[in-house]
Design a protein around this ligand. Structure first.
Ligand code: ADE
Length: 418
């Protein structure tokens, strides 16, 4: 078996951590039990490009128990947990191609390695795998019956592909499931981003000006949690509706041109490029901290930061001090890569439980419906989404009310009013 990981001897540690995460993933565990019995993925080859974490390991085990043959690579050069990669190779015999800190060349060569299994299903987080498959590995496209996409950024890219008529097979946008983005993007990113900033800097959050760029589900989560820790939170937005929502949620809202002069800690979560530019950096306070929790490292103009700096050096793990030509210092975390996975461990298992339950069910759904699906980006059916929520509630020992027949009837009529 081919693989490329950092160190196989880390496998024992990885195994213990994978089991720790598994305890908090009851929905996925339930699906895994059913998959083990029914083998709905028997003989199906899946190429997965995901953050290689303890939670992802539990998803890989679920797919494998469902009968799939899997190869896994990282969806970001800095997000791999090397002990987890080792455990998957050693104990599950899954070919993993992922090393934390790999350069871009190795990152892309790992994607090519995973594609060499000739996948029938792709499972992506950010759409790099799908992009490489459509540009450089076209010969493998005829085998593919469908794919899944985990994140907002990837869904945007894939919808652009569908719009441009180049998407060669159907994709389920797992991100668009309610039981994914309402929990993973909001509470997962909210907690893990603060966790990443704290692990990297050990700075006191309370009393600081904390600038959140972007008020999508991820930005909402980070703003909420930063406020919970006592920060004075400023939100920047381009969408008037989201900006208004941030105002009414009680946050200061202003353009980055203004926020850049006030902030102590900045975090970008917009999914777009050059949100923090050199113009902003030059107006920042001495000692400002810059981080990103969006999918790609494009939100902070790092090339520009280097250009306006006279020197830079690493001062702590994941903290690089840039001394600007104007004499001020700026601290860039994790090279502008997603801070929650680079210096922390990503979202907690309890939310990834729902995200990855949706992943597993989406693969099963594609296989069952492959004849009917077109070369489009689909949302997972609401019935599956509700099923994930129902199981999660049950696992949390929470019961809810059900509609009476009278209430159902009332909701389906139009005649009765006041
Ligand atoms: N994305 C964010 N957090 C993650 C995690 N813990 N595992 C996999 N993907 C993630």
């Amino acid at each position: 078996m081919r693989y490329d990981i950092k160190d196989l001897s880390l496998a024992k540690k990885g195994e213990l951590r994978i089991r720790w995460a598994e305890m908090d993933m009851p929905v996925l565990r339930k699906i895994r039990e059913r998959f083990r019995e029914e083998k709905p993925l028997k003989g199906v080859r899946i190429a997965a490009c995901l953050h290689v974490t303890t939670e992802t390991a539990n998803l890989m085990r679920t797919l494998k128990d469902g009968g799939a043959e899997i190869a896994l690579c990282a969806s970001n050069p800095l997000s791999t947990q090397d002990d987890v990669a080792a455990a998957l190779v050693k104990f599950d015999k899954i070919p993993v191609f992922a090393i934390k800190g790999e350069d871009n060349k190795i990152y892309y060569s790992h994607i090519i390695s995973v594609l060499s299994i000739n996948p029938q299903i792709t499972m992506d987080d950010g759409a790099d795998l799908v992009s490489v498959l459509h540009r450089e590995e076209k010969k493998r496209l005829p085998n593919v019956v469908g794919g899944t996409e985990e994140t907002t950024t990837g869904v945007i890219r894939l919808k652009n592909m569908a719009k441009n008529g180049v998407l060669a097979y159907p994709i389920i946008a797992v991100n668009d499931a309610l039981t994914k983005h309402l929990f993973d993007n909001r509470y997962g990113t909210g907690q893990s981003t603060i966790d990443g900033i704290l692990r990297a800097t050990n700075r006191l959050i309370c009393g600081s000006y904390f600038v959140v760029a972007g008020y999508g589900w991820c930005g909402r989560g980070v703003a909420m949690r930063a406020r919970g820790m006592g920060a004075k939170v400023i939100v920047t937005e381009v969408d008037p509706i989201k900006a208004l929502e941030a105002v009414m949620d009680g946050f200061e809202v202003m353009p980055m041109d203004k926020a850049s002069k006030i902030g102590d800690i900045f975090c970008t979560l917009t999914g777009d490029i050059n949100v923090i530019t050199t113009k902003h950096m030059l107006s920042m306070k001495d000692g400002a901290i810059l981080s990103n929790s969006g999918h790609f490292n494009v939100e902070i103009d790092i090339v520009g930061l280097k250009r306006i700096s006279k020197s830079h050096k690493v001062v702590r793990d994941f903290v690089e001090e840039y001394t600007l030509k104007n004499g001020k210092k700026i601290y860039l975390l994790a090279d502008g890569r997603l801070i929650n996975l680079a210096s922390a461990e990503g979202h907690p298992a309890s939310v990834m439980d729902m995200s990855f339950a949706n992943q597993a069910l989406s693969v099963e759904y594609i296989l069952k419906n492959k004849k009917a699906l077109k070369k489009e980006v689909y949302t997972i059916p609401i019935s599956l989404d509700r099923e994930v929520a129902r199981i999660k509630l049950k696992c949390l020992n929470i019961s809810i009310d059900t509609l009476t027949e009278e209430q159902k009837k009332y909701l389906s009529q139009w005649e009765e009013g006041t």
